[in-house]
Ligand binder design. Structure first.
Ligand code: SAH
Length: 400
């Protein structure tokens, strides 16, 4: 272990690491005691030579070192087995009934650069750092030992891989698998294609919120905007909504959602429409002179994609969020509920709520906040690592 190249940090740069953050940027590094190859394991010490941990080195990435352990451990199959078992235990504690969930969420589970999703008996792996990508054999061996899955699939088509000098990759790494699978979320069935679907297949981060939002739907007229495969829509129907209408701009997603509705025996009470939500809401809230808009929904769900990938476009994103909230409020009956989510890391909960309040002012609505949402517990939030928190949501009742 002492033969590992050592990364020495500048004075003051160790604090963040000691607090729990695993990233070391180039600017924090004083020097390397020996040359390190990209993808290699290095040890990290502060400027007084105090040991801080071991991690993957990559000079090509803005993040030069991703810390993996605060102990002097080998990064081998046993290391991955221990880390993955610890992550799995968190899921078993907080999502005991789930059969599909994110097993490893990178920094959230102290395995920067590794994501593992479990979809029933199939695992989907993403490796977004060079060091992690090189250790795929050890990671696969660890996953085989813990889960004995039917297949392990790789979905390595993320933009973040480019920053590490890694090419796109997609395919079956172990076992045999065609791609199509029925995934169960809270006992509801969802067809998904793990080789071609969005992200790693389905959005697992809303699993807990599907249940909570559905609890607000009983007996009501529900609108699910940005519905994708119908997660909120189908949970709402099962929970006793009178009628659910879902909007997504992807005809393919809507076809899959309709198939999901039929598979679950819920098709009668739900409809899926292919449209741009902005245009649809505008058309529904635009009235002729002297015509009064009659609100007709008891629950509106807004779960858009991230409108901003960087800080520079936050302004545009906020205008987008404000517009859909304003129009959604106009469609909600007094006493109805708006359940709304924001998955942009650059818009925090305070800013998100402020935008909603701006929209409420324009709509002359008074809101009562009745629920606060976050990402499902299989995407753990580590407050010392702010990047691990991205999904926030609220439910507001329209007081008047
Ligand atoms: N609520 C979903 C996840 C939504 S992801 C779930 O729980 O699974 C975002 C979805 O928004 C995608 O399906 C995408 O097709 C859709 N989308 C993005 N921009 C849109 C727009 N302007 N109008 C309608 N749908 C849009």
């Amino acid at each position: 272990m002492d033969t590992l190249p050592t990364v020495l940090l500048r004075p003051g740069e160790a604090d963040r690491l000691i607090a729990g953050h695993p990233w070391i940027y180039q600017g924090s590094i004083l020097r390397l005691t020996a040359p390190a190859a990209d993808g290699d394991v290095v040890q990290v010490k502060d400027h007084r030579q105090r040991f801080l941990g071991v991690g993957f080195f990559n000079s090509k990435s803005k993040i030069n070192v991703r810390l993996l352990s605060r102990e002097r451990v080998e990064i081998d199959q046993t290391f991955f087995e221990t880390g993955i078992r610890a992550a799995l235990a968190v899921r078993q504690r907080h999502l005991p009934a789930a059969t599909s969930f994110r097993v490893v969420n990178a920094e959230s589970d102290f395995l920067s650069g590794l994501i593992v999703d479990k979809y029933e008996d199939v695992l989907v792996v993403q490796t977004s750092s060079l060091g992690m990508d090189r250790r795929k054999p050890e990671i696969l061996a660890a996953l085989q030992k813990i889960f004995s899955p039917r297949a392990i699939v790789e979905r390595n088509e993320m933009a973040s891989r480019k920053f590490e000098g890694l090419p796109d990759a997609n395919g079956v790494l172990a076992g045999t698998f065609e791609g199509e699978l029925i995934v169960k979320l809270n006992g509801l069935k969802f067809f998904t294609n793990l080789l071609t679907g969005h992200k790693t297949g389905l959005y697992l981060d809303q699993q807990a919120n599907y249940q909570r939002v559905a609890g607000l739907a009983k007996g009501g007229q529900v609108l699910d905007c940005f519905s994708f495969l119908g997660g909120f829509a189908l949970h709402a129907v099962r929970a006793g909504a009178a009628r659910v209408h879902a909007i997504d701009q992807s005809a393919e997603a809507n076809a899959a959602a309709a198939r999901n509705a039929a598979e679950n025996g819920l098709a009668e009470k739900v409809s899926f429409e292919t449209a741009n939500v902005f245009d649809w809401l505008k058309a529904q809230t635009t009235t002729a002179p002297h015509e009064k808009l009659i609100p007709r929904f008891d629950l509106v769900v807004l779960d858009p994609p991230s409108f901003t990938r960087n800080r520079a476009s936050v302004g545009d994103a906020l205008r987008g969020y404000k517009e859909i909230h304003l129009r959604a409020m106009k469609l909600l009956k007094t006493g109805g509920t708006l359940a709304t989510f924001c998955c942009s890391h650059h818009v925090d909960a305070n800013l998100f709520q402020q935008v909603i309040l701006d929209a409420a002012y324009d709509a002359r609505c008074l809101l009562r906040r009745v629920a606060v949402f976050t990402q499902s517990p299989d995407h753990p939030v580590i407050p010392a690592i702010p990047e691990t928190e991205y999904l926030k949501g609220f439910a507001f009742e329209i007081v008047r």
